[in-house]
Design a protein around this ligand. Sequence first.
Ligand code: ADP
Length: 367
Amino acid sequence: MSSIAFASVSKRYGEVDAVKHLDLACAAGEMLALLGPSGCGKSTTLKMAAGIESVSSGEIWFGQRPVSRLAPGERNIAMVFEDYALYPQMTVWENVAFPLKVRGVTGQPAAERVGEVLTLLGLRAMADSHVKGLSGGAQQRVAIGRALVRDPEVILFDEPLSHLDADQKVQLRAEIKRLQKLRQVTSILVTHDQTEAIAMADRVAVMNHGVLQQVAAPQELYERPANLFVANFIGEPPMNLMPAQAGAGGVLAGRGWRVTLDARRAALLESRPGAAAVVGLRPEHIGLRAPGPGEAVRGTVTYREPRGDADVLTVQLAADAGAGDVFITEIAGPSRWRAGDPVALDLQVERLLVFDAQSGRNLEVAA
Ligand code: ADP
């Protein structure tokens, strides 16, 4: 298995900068997800790794080998596509055997290898079925078998689960992850679905407008987003992001709320006097209570969305002048709260993130 590295890779289509100066590495045996909204450059990045698209500048490395001028067939990669790309008239066995056949591997060695992969994927019983009659999940399993059969250096997954039903998605997610770990095959997964990226990948690279925003383990992305884009993109319901005024002594105030940061984070603010800040707080890091007299942060529930195990509640804060900020909270459910209820809010200051309003950078994450 080899690592993959993009070294200052860019791709231009005419006037469009699809990928800009991408520096990103996927370690040998790692599964790295490329995640971001439609048009952010994920597929272009994957296609450049595959050799389906050329790079405009920069270099792609598989281990010590520069590959950006090699044809796809010279790169020892396998791809798994959203639409399976199988041969419908062939059987499961023939589809999986195909990559070996085109490389001249036939007879007993091929039969052993195909048999082993079919067993691994639980496809043995349907070896002689034609793929066109199979469910989407089974077809994608065959496609994965076809990718694994010749032990490629790298597997590139392009939205492999998007055509599947929810239950097949969950099953195949776990299955791909199991196989990837078992074979230790270096893999890149393109997806627009954060649940998928977080569930499957060792690390996730978040892109926007062709620019890499952050690459980190899923938990790290969730807890320490590097900037406002990642903070807003990761998590559902999304993080509350509120403009705030910074005062002396680590005080941050918005419309209808005020918090005092601990000394360490207060120092970060004081090193940039006058900078406008944005405060980030996840919905599950806000508690609600029945309001007593003189509550610091008060509001009214304006909307309750029951989600079974939790309620997502929208709270309009009361402010001295005009309307206060609106916070989304997530409380274990079913909760006692209903639209119209007055509430007091506990903002968990230790979980709060502070971003620079101009650059969007998280003040606690090094650039
Ligand atoms: P994603 O996979 O994140 O949805 P893409 O990599 O497909 O994004 O596209 C990135 C940008 O490049 C988009 O603005 C898209 O319109 C543009 N693009 C992609 N492929 C082509 C192409 N073949 N010709 C021109 N523009 C393209």
